[in-house]
Each structure stands twice: as structure tokens, then as C-alpha cells.
Design a protein around this ligand. Structure first.
Ligand code: SF4
Ligand code: SF4
Length: 286
């Protein structure tokens, strides 16, 4: 069974709850698909048993031996990636979109498109089974493709280790990497919280999971921070026939757990939030 945990809005507690879900299993595959900011490996410190370098999008690089500093490329770059510095034309690898326009128009053929492979996919065993995660280097693109590779590796690990449950910690947002995280899963769990921005993102996220006809459940984290907004989320879920698996209270134990590199289930197993998360997991997997 593959379960994807997503949130739309960042900061709702998605990764903490994914970690807690993993801790409720003896054997699980945990796939951290938040490749722009993977952090579950910091919490669980897996053995690094597998590494695959990932080649991101090509970026423009100037051969300074050929460049005459005519400035034509700088004039045409729509992404403001090309600047003159100390008399030389340079290209920011962070800002470059890889559109190749500068390469095509350079009269000196001084620009090459070069792919870097600083990003990687890593995997290994951890205290609840197998873990796989992608690490996208700063400024690298193609995160949707890296998410797909993480999911492929997770499936392979599940098959070879005879593990029945895979938990996917998806990226925030509703873009291509999120779609890559949820396609083909058995269930999506959306972690939301009582705030206007979270409610707005919840509406868009449920729209996506409905489009893909994926079984979806909602967990309202920190529900006790605003009764009014929690009621609005409940009303929206009712209208869209989206079941709510549970309501997790605001709990400072989450902070303590992160500081100690533990999940909340490990750090505060008898807290009301741990009990509620365990109840949610039962509902989601039944
Ligand atoms: S267009 Fe070519 S020659 Fe002109 S500044 Fe750019 S890289 Fe240099
Ligand atoms: S490839 Fe495109 S985005 Fe990158 S520097 Fe050249 S023109 Fe700008």
C-alpha cells in the first residue's frame, strides 16, 4: 500500500506526521519526495547504502576564451541571468533557466549548455525499514523527475525487502513534483491547519486529487488554534465528500521531538497528539 502525505501549504507539520506514521510500523519504506528540502534523513539518520547521482537541467556556461564581451546574450536573456562583472560577461547558474537562447545567438559560439550532477538520490536502511530520499542541489531543476526516481527506488526497495507499506512524504505546493508524488498511490493524506492560506491550498489540493480520482483523507493539525477556521475546513470537506481522518491538537512536543531527532511517537508516545496520530494511521490503513 502506498500512502502519500502532502499539504499544499508548507509548514503544516506534514513531515513530522509522516515521520510519526513511519514510527508506527515495524517495517516500512519511507520515501522523502520533498527533494528541494529533504529533512527526514536528518531525523532518522539512515545507513547510506545506495547513491545515484542525478543530472539536472542544463545551464549556460561561457567559455571566456571565446567570449568578446559583446553583451548580446545579456541583452536577450529574459531571466536576468547574465551580467557584466569586472568587465567580463558571467552567467548565474542559479538564475539560468536553461532556455538555450544565449547559446543560439552568441556570434562567437562561446556558450555551452552543461548539465551538472550535484543532485542525488540516496537510500538505505533505518530503524523502521528502508528509506529513500532525493537531494536537489541549490538552483537545480527537474525536481519532478527526481521525485519519480525516488518513487521508483521506493517501489524496488518494497519489493526486494517484502515491505507492504510505503509512506511518501510529498513536497509542498501543487506543482509537477506533487503530481509525481501522488500518481498511482492508494491513498493521499492531506495535512492542513486552521489558517486562511492552508484552507485555500486545501481546496486546490483536493481539486487535484479528485481530478486523479485518488482516495483522499484530511488531517487537521493544530485544530485547536482556531475553532472558526477548523469549522470552515470541516464544512469544505463535507461538501466535497472528503473524509477527515483526525484532529491533532497544537503540541509543543513536536518541537522537542525535532530537537532530539525523534518522531513525536518516539519522543512523546503518551501525548494526546501521538495518540491521535496513531488513531489516524489506523483509519487511513484500514
Ligand atoms: S553573446 Fe557570446 S560573445 Fe557576446 S557576450 Fe555573450 S557569450 Fe560573449
Ligand atoms: S540559457 Fe536562457 S536563461 Fe540561461 S543564461 Fe542563456 S538565455 Fe539566460
Amino acid at each position: 500500500m502506498e500512502i502519500a502525505v502532502i499539504s499544499g501549504k508548507g509548514g503544516t507539520g506534514k513531515s513530522s506526521i509522516s515521520a510519526a506514521f513511519a514510527s508506527l510500523n515495524e517495517q516500512v519504506v519511507l520515501a522523502d519526495c520533498d527533494v528541494d528540502a529533504a529533512n527526514l534523513y536528518l531525523l532518522f539518520d539512515p545507513e547510506q547504502e545506495y547513491i545515484q547521482h542525478f543530472t539536472g537541467a542544463s545551464k549556460a556556461v561561457i567559455d571566456q576564451n571565446l567570449c568578446t564581451n559583446c553583451g548580446l546574450c545579456m541583452e536577450y536573456c529574459r531571466f536576468d541571468a547574465i551580467h557584466k562583472k569586472d568587465g567580463n560577461i558571467t552567467i548565474s547558474q542559479i538564475a539560468c533557466d536553461g532556455c538555450q537562447l544565449c547559446q543560439r545567438i552568441c556570434p562567437q559560439h562561446a556558450i555551452n549548455m552543461i548539465s551538472s550532477s550535484k543532485s542525488s538520490l540516496q537510500a538505505g536502511s533505518f530503524r523502521y525499514g528502508q528509506m529513500v530520499y532525493g537531494r536537489l542541489a541549490p538552483g537545480e531543476e527537474n525536481s519532478g523527475k527526481l521525485v519519480s526516481l525516488v518513487r521508483d527506488k521506493a517501489r524496488q526497495l518494497a519489493a526486494t525487502n517484502h515491505i507492504k507499506t510505503t509512506i511518501i512524504d510529498g513536497p509542498p505546493g501543487i506543482g509537477c513534483p506533487v503530481i509525481s508524488s501522488i500518481t498511482g498511490v492508494d491513498c493521499v493524506v492531506i495535512i492542513t491547519e486552521p489558517s486562511m492560506s492552508a484552507l485555500s491550498d486545501l481546496k486546490r489540493t483536493i481539486g487535484i486529487t479528485n481530478n486523479f480520482k485518488i482516495k483522499t483523507q484530511v488531517i487537521i493539525n493544530k485544530f485547536d488554534l482556531s475553532k472558526k477556521l477548523t469549522d470552515r475546513i470541516k464544512a469544505f470537506c463535507r461538501i466535497t465528500n472528503t473524509p477527515i481522518a483526525g484532529f491533532i491538537p497544537f503540541d509543543r512536543h513536536f518541537v522537542g521531538a525535532v530537537v532530539q531527532c525523534k518522531s513525536i511517537i518516539e519522543w512523546a508516545p503518551h501525548s494526546s497528539s501521538s495518540k491521535e496520530i496513531a488513531k489516524c494511521w489506523k483509519i487511513i490503513t484500514q
